[in-house]
Design a protein around this ligand. Structure first.
Ligand code: GDP
Ligand code: IMO
Ligand code: MG
Length: 423
């Protein structure tokens, strides 16, 4: 399969976990390259549901190496919990099939506290973060005051660096009206987590280059989505990493000329969790999907905001990620909709946009221009081939792929592995 980058083409939760699990079969290595445990990637094996936050979704397949790359921010307490949780249910996680970059940055409790305190301070302008400390952790990385995994696993270094960081952060927390942290408590917890994680820690850049020399096929697992990217998303309503395809290079140390293709994952409609503009948001489709028990966040349990498919957004995603192939998920979510709308442009005053305006305030005022498709009004969850899909569903998939300007590669009609149609 060569080296493939998989990205979310919308606002996150596109079904990346499921598609990663499917594509892992053809890969040797799966690498997470951005984000932290703000991500929630759902994979079903038969009736069993797994939600992965930091460990790559490839872990559920045997004999695959899973890597957390340098671009990820790692909450070690969360990671240990996740590893132990997987081991308890019989999923093998050992240094043979799971490794962690020594240069990934570490998320500390003060990052989480600051995340929460800043959100409170913002009031109605809040971002609606996952409160996992992601923004402050990437902030420390950029400010060059972060601790990396190799600091975490060295007790003397951890003690020295952490004590100075806690001092500074406690002063900030106090000024924001939040409770200061106990150095001793945090140090004890992180020391234990560092000890647990040490056997998994390695130089993942060298490891990946050795693997490529040996012709390994690598799958790069994106987290979040294109419009949550710190540069290309609806700033400031974004996460703090480069979630787009370029992030796979910087977040892993694999250079651009070694990347062979980009797969964009998108839902057959649109969802977003958290604040910020969502031009095609629609109460009717939200109610329909929530009524079916769908579209509740995998990490925070919040109800996702839902809307019609937005091809202005996905076309933009093709542009910034270089998407070659599309995996369109949740087609079955539209099985009962009589008239399906697709946004093809935005109107803002007298201006018509066929691309995403950069300014989130302008985007929030944009009115979608829709075309309509006739619904197929037939269950699709049991369809195994493209031909078995209702003709109207085939037409819809072809149309949204064409509007997105990329090749239709996978259609997904349910959360299971076997509900995946290769087109
Ligand atoms: P991710 O963050 O991109 O991995 O996506 P999430 O796991 O947060 O959310 C996607 C949700 O859609 C999960 O509950 C998946 O099990 C589910 N899912 C993925 N593909 C399909 C599909 O084709 N049909 C249905 N019904 N559910 C799907
Ligand atoms: P996966 O990988 C959906 C959203 C949050 C919030 C904004 C910033 O499962 O697709 P953060 O905690 O990162 O500072 O929050 O980004 N967000 C996600 N939304 N899926 C995700 O990950 C997300 N990770 C962050 O809701 O709006
Ligand atoms: Mg998710």
């Amino acid at each position: 399969m060569a080296n493939t980058i998989l990205v979310g083409a919308q606002w996150g939760d596109e079904g990346k976990g499921k598609i990663i699990d499917v594509l892992t079969e053809q890969s040797d290595i799966v690498v997470r390259y951005a984000g932290g445990n703000n991500a929630g990637h759902t994979v079903f094996l038969g009736p069993k549901k797994y939600v992965l936050h930091l460990v790559p979704s490839g872990i559920l397949r045997k004999n695959k190496l899973c890597v957390i790359g340098n671009g990820v921010v790692v909450d070690p307490i969360g990671l240990v919990e996740e590893i132990v949780g997987l081991q308890k249910i019989g999923i093998k996680v050992t240094p043979k099939n799971f490794v962690l970059s020594e240069t990934a940055h570490v998320v500390f409790p003060y990052h989480r506290e600051l995340d929460g305190a800043r959100e409170l301070l913002k009031g109605k302008n809040k971002i609606g973060t996952t409160k996992r400390g992601i923004g402050p952790a990437y902030g420390d990385k950029a400010a060059r005051v972060g601790l990396r995994v190799n600091d975490l696993v060295d007790p003397a270094r951890l003690e020295e660096k952490l004590s100075s960081r806690i001092k500074e952060n406690n002063a900030i927390l106090k000024s924001l009206g939040a409770k200061p942290l106990s150095f001793k408590k945090v140090f004890t917890e992180y020391l234990a987590a560092g000890k647990f994680l040490k056997p998994f820690v390695t130089n993942t850049v060298v490891l990946l280059h050795h693997a490529m020399r040996d012709s390994a096929n690598i799958l790069f697992e994106g987290a979040q989505g294109t419009f949550l990217d710190i540069d290309h998303g609806t700033y400031p309503f974004v996460t703090s990493s480069n979630t787009t395809a370029g992030g796979a290079c910087t977040g892993s140390g694999v250079p651009p000329h070694r990347m062979d293709r980009v797969v964009g994952v998108m839902k057959a409609y649109t969802t977003r969790v958290g604040e910020g503009p969502l031009p095609t948001e629609n109460a009717e489709i939200s109610d329909l999907l929530h009524g079916m028990g769908r579209e509740f966040g995998a990490t925070t349990g919040r109800a996702r905001r839902c809307g019609w498919f937005d091809s202005v957004a996905t076309r933009h995603a093709t542009m910034v990620n270089g998407i070659d192939d599309l995996a369109i998920t949740n087609l079955d979510g539209l099985d009962t909709v009589e008239n399906i709308k697709v946004c093809v442009a935005y109107r803002h005053g007298k201006t018509q946009y066929d691309y995403m305006p950069n300014d989130a305030e302008i985007l929030a005022q944009c009115v979608p221009i829709y075309v309509e498709f006739e619904g197929w009004l037939t269950p699709t969850e049991k369809c195994k081939t493209f031909k078995q899909l209702p003709k109207k569903a085939q037409a819809y998939l072809k149309a949204i792929a064409e509007l997105t300007n990329a090749n239709l590669y996978i259609a997904s009609v349910g959360p299971g592995r076997d509900q995946t149609i290769f087109v």
